[in-house]
Every structure is written in structure tokens, then in C-alpha cells.
Design a protein around this ligand. Structure first.
Ligand SMILES: *[C@@H]1O[C@H](CO)[C@@H](O)[C@H](O)[C@H]1NC(C)=O
Length: 381
């Protein structure tokens, strides 16, 4: 009885998209937590840099009235504490926590900073969600969940500040390790060599000329950074959702360029991958991506200070200046996302030091160490 309702629920949720078991078996809890720590380092560094770059007055000028700035500082502090927590938990469990890397962010003003912040928070939510099923130890699952919910509130707050729906759909989209790694490596210039290597890889990046929000039915231009087979007749596009891939009409427009039509049922921060064949969208057949597509109409500002700014809609001018195709790459020193140079970027990514740490050692840390559990409990109190 119980079993069949669970089975039904799973079937309803289309769990066919779950990561293959083989791959899960290679990822230890230490790996998962170091992977989470890698993302938290990135987020913490991002806010730290942003708060250094932009003053409270800058945020006010951009329409973000108090208490926006105070809430942003709280967000930055949350990320720092996530870093400290995961670092402490890994150490307590006898695993080596990864250290911060060197990052390159494409944001250059308040609006693009907040737009990128919103995207990073969304990726954080998708990363924790996608990793949840790989966490073996329940205590760590709860701890990761307690971080996920906070990332989700950060995401909702920033989305609202940008005039986007805070919770645009009933289910968030889970991303797997390799998908998140593909996105995170866009912002990581280099990592300390002492960080070991985690069992994850990056797919060739899938870039877009603009990250401005689009509507259902819109055509989005995509470009594969890296080699694509000449024959693209077997290449498909899928949006990743918790109920499985939603296939989307794809047109090849030549030389690694594509145009995908945003299908019905996709809303908010969405992820599209190119796949070989259209039976599944898993690590085994993803050929590029994910690319991040924001689907939905800007609502106008909700809540927080921006409603006091006097403008009915926040300017979306922040969007074009911060694109995932990184036209600003040459300015920022960011690895260029043009197809030529991306070959080396993805080659570097696959042997990249990004997700480093306790890998290879198959540390079966978390089940065994009482100290780590105590550390979690102490932290949660
Ligand atoms: C901080 O400012 C520098 C210099 O303009 C810029 O390159 C960097 O991307 C900015 N960082 C953030 C997080 O906005």
C-alpha cells in the first residue's frame, strides 16, 4: 500500500531523469559537500566583491531603497557562513575542504551585479536540489536542505528586486553535478592546486547573446562553444525540469549556432541543454550546456525599496551588459566564450581544479564521524 503510493508519486514526478546509479556510486558525501562548498565560495566571493564595488548610495541610485542594502549584506553574510559551516563539517569529518578559487564575474554595475546574483542564487537552488538524492547521510541531507531554503529566499528576493516573479513556477529545476560544474566554471579563473579533483566534468558551454527575460514561444539564439558535429540532424534541445526533459523545437542556423523555441510550461530561471537524440537528457548524451534562460514577463518591482524608486519598472538595461556570451570577456579577463577559445576553456574545465577536494580518496566520512554530526547540530541551534 505504502509502497505503491510512493511508486505512483515517483512515476508522477517523472524520476526517469535521475542521474544514473553508476555515477552516483562514485560520488561520496564528502564530494557532495565539497561541491557545495565550491559553490558557496563562489557566491561568498561574488557578494564580497560586489559590496566592495558598490556603495549603499549606488544601490539607492539604481532604485534599490532601504532596507535593500541591509538585506544584501545579510545575504552576503549567509554565504560566508555557509562556507564556514561546510568547511567545519568537512574538517570534522576528516575530509579536506576545498579552498576559495579566483573568480571573474562579468558584472560591472549594480544592475548587472544583481542580475548575476539572482542567477547564481538560482543555480545554487538547482545545485542543492539536484545533489540531494546523492547525499547518503540524513544529517547532511537536512543541513543541505537548510541551506537550500535560504538560497531559495535569496533568489526570490533578488528576483523580485529585478522585477521578476519571485516564485515563477510550482517546482524548481534540479541540475546535476556536471551541469552545475559547466555553469560554475564560467566564473572560475583558477583554483589552488591543493584542492583535489572531484568526479565531475564540464560540457561545452552553450552561450547566448543576451540574458534578458524571454516569453514562452520566443526564439532564443544559442551558440555552442566548442566543436559540434557537422551533422546536426540528431541534435535536440531539452529544458531540464523535475518531471524530466521538456523537448523544444530546435533549428540549426549553422556553425555551432542554434535557435530554440521556448516551449509551454517553462517559467522562471530555466536551463536548456543540447542532446544527442531525444530519448533522454542525461550526462550520457548532453552535448552542450546548460544555458540559462529566464522565461517570463518582468512584473515590475515587488516589495523591497524599488517600489519607492518612482519608476514603474526597473530598467532592464542591466541585462544586455551582462550576457553569458561574455562580450565583455576581453575587458574582464574572463575566459572568452567565443567558439575558438572555448575549446581550450572546456578542455581546461574537464581537467580543471574547480571541484577539487577529497576526491579519489573515497572517504566514507559522513556516516562514521560523530564530531561532524555534532558540528552540524551545534550550527543548526
Ligand atoms: C567589481 O568591479 C570590477 C571592476 O569594474 C569588475 O571587473 C567586477 O566584475 C566587479 N565585480 C562584481 C561582482 O560586480
Amino acid at each position: 500500500m505504502k509502497f505503491s503510493s510512493v511508486a505512483l508519486a515517483s512515476a508522477a514526478m517523472g524520476l526517469a531523469q535521475a542521474t544514473p546509479l553508476v555515477e552516483r556510486a562514485q560520488i561520496t558525501d564528502a564530494d557532495v559537500l565539497n561541491y557545495a562548498l565550491t559553490l558557496e565560495h563562489l557566491e561568498a566571493a561574488f557578494y564580497q566583491e560586489g559590496l566592495k564595488n558598490y556603495t549603499q548610495a549606488d544601490f539607492q541610485k539604481a532604485g534599490m531603497q532601504d532596507p535593500f542594502y541591509a538585506n544584501l549584506k545579510e545575504t552576503a553574510s549567509d554565504e560566508q557562513q555557509h562556507v564556514q559551516f561546510l568547511t567545519k563539517a568537512l574538517k570534522a569529518a576528516g575530509a579536506k575542504p576545498v579552498e576559495a578559487c579566483t573568480y571573474v564575474f562579468p558584472s560591472t554595475d549594480v544592475k548587472s551585479f544583481l542580475a548575476l546574483g539572482s542567477i547564481l542564487e538560482g543555480v545554487g537552488v538547482s545545485a542543492y536540489l539536484g545533489a540531494a538524492a546523492s547525499i547518503m547521510d540524513k544529517t547532511y541531507l537536512t543541513a543541505a536542505g537548510s541551506i537550500l531554503t535560504v538560497e531559495a529566499r535569496h533568489s526570490a528576493y533578488l528576483r523580485a528586486a529585478l522585477g521578476e516573479a519571485p516564485a515563477p513556477q510550482p517546482f524548481d529545476n534540479p541540475l546535476d553535478f556536471d551541469e552545475v560544474y559547466t555553469l560554475a566554471s564560467l566564473f572560475i579563473a583558477s583554483c589552488p592546486e591543493s584542492n583535489g579533483k572531484l568526479p565531475v566534468k564540464a560540457f561545452p558551454a552553450l552561450t547566448m547573446p543576451s540574458m534578458a527575460p524571454v516569453m514562452t514561444g520566443a526564439k532564443v539564439d544559442l551558440m555552442v562553444a566548442g566543436d559540434m558535429p557537422k551533422d546536426t540532424s540528431d541534435i535536440y534541445a531539452a529544458f531540464i525540469t523535475v518531471t524530466g526533459p521538456v523537448w523544444a523545437p530546435l533549428e540549426s542556423t549553422g556553425a555551432g549556432k542554434f535557435s530554440v523555441t521556448v516551449p509551454e510550461g517553462i517559467a522562471g530561471q530555466s536551463y536548456v541543454v543540447l542532446t544527442k537524440g531525444n530519448k533522454q537528457a542525461t550526462d550520457d548524451n548532453i552535448v552542450a550546456g546548460p544555458a540559462i534562460v529566464e522565461v517570463g514577463e518582468p512584473n515590475g518591482p515587488m516589495g523591497m525599496g524599488s517600489k519607492c524608486s518612482g519608476s514603474s519598472k526597473p530598467s532592464m538595461s542591466g541585462w544586455p551588459s551582462m550576457t553569458m556570451s561574455m562580450p565583455s570577456a576581453s575587458k574582464t579577463g574572463m575566459p572568452s566564450m567565443s567558439s575558438g577559445s572555448m575549446t581550450s576553456a572546456s578542455a581546461a574545465a574537464s581537467s580543471s581544479p574547480v571541484f577539487n577536494g577529497a576526491s579519489g580518496k573515497s572517504v566514507s566520512v559522513f556516516a562514521s564521524v560523530f564530531g561532524a554530526v555534532a558540528a552540524v547540530a551545534a550550527f543548526l541551534q
